[in-house]
Design a protein around this ligand. Sequence first.
Ligand code: DAH
Length: 351
Amino acid sequence: MSDLDALLQAAQADFAAAPTPAELENAKARFLGKSGRVTELMKGLGALSIDEKKTRGAEINQCKLAIEAALTARRDALAAAELEKQLKAEALDVTLPGRQRGTGGLHPITRAMERIEAIFASMGFDVADGPEIETDWYSFSALNNPENHPARSMQDTFYVDIKDEKGSWLNLRPHTSPMQIRYARAHAKRYAAQATTPEGMPEIRVIAPGRTYRVDSDATHSPMFHQVEGLWVGENISFKDLKAVYLNFITAFFETDQLQLRFRPSYFPFTEPSAEIDIMFESGPLKGRWLEVSGSGQVHPQVIRNMGLDPERYIGFAFGSGIDRLAMLRYGVNDLRAFFDGDLRFLAQFK
Ligand code: DAH
């Protein structure tokens, strides 16, 4: 083997033994650097004759090119290995299942409320919201249910340990009916001012859904429950309008006209006459049973007066329906408490 072949082999072995780019550069210097072995050979050329210089010079050059090629190959190999290492370290396992952000959903009672609002809005009803802590006057007296009247015991009321300006205990509203008075009084002035317009008298047409409270707890009663109050008063609003509106509502809510409506005489202090509204499905799992869904009636003249309106001119109907009951019937839930236990296995079914 010529000395140049041996030199090339030595360089290749040296490069191959360099584990890092930095060490490779050191190895390079040993062969191609200023005092490297190839450079030393070049320097030796000076002592040779012209002809010898030519052949020897060309041979050394060949050897130098081969060493440079070996260096480049090793550099590339080290860079590739480095890249490989880096890719391995940063590897993503795309076969792992993704991390999911849980999707929320509306509570079934909220869904029922939104349905109710949409249906009544389509019949021209405004939607109003009011306080859950009420004064005695709004919850009872204004609704023609004076203090010490036995009708007050129809509602097992929660009282708040604070008195209103008239010295009565505040209460957690036992029904949404106070909203009849609140809404009407908030709008009565406007109605009175407009009462002589050619279009005739303006009307009050509103529903007020919301939370209500009573001392009551079993499979079909919860101390916190939901009602929707309805009120439509105007110049000429009668019981037949109540019947049409309620039938329209209930068929839209249950998405079926396979049902009947029944008005059963009843008593409420704020309506005269008063009726319970029962429904009966003509098909499906609840077929053939009368189910009570609402109180209703023609608004009592004294209540119209308490609204700030003239009972000689204003007449109309009101109703108060249990939203939880409607939701139970619609979704086939037989224990009201399931709505309020906060069990996601139950709630997630309504997403
Ligand atoms: N407020 C009554 C209750 O909670 C329900 C009710 C009955 C509301 C008759 C009304 C009505 O508006 O006219 O039991």
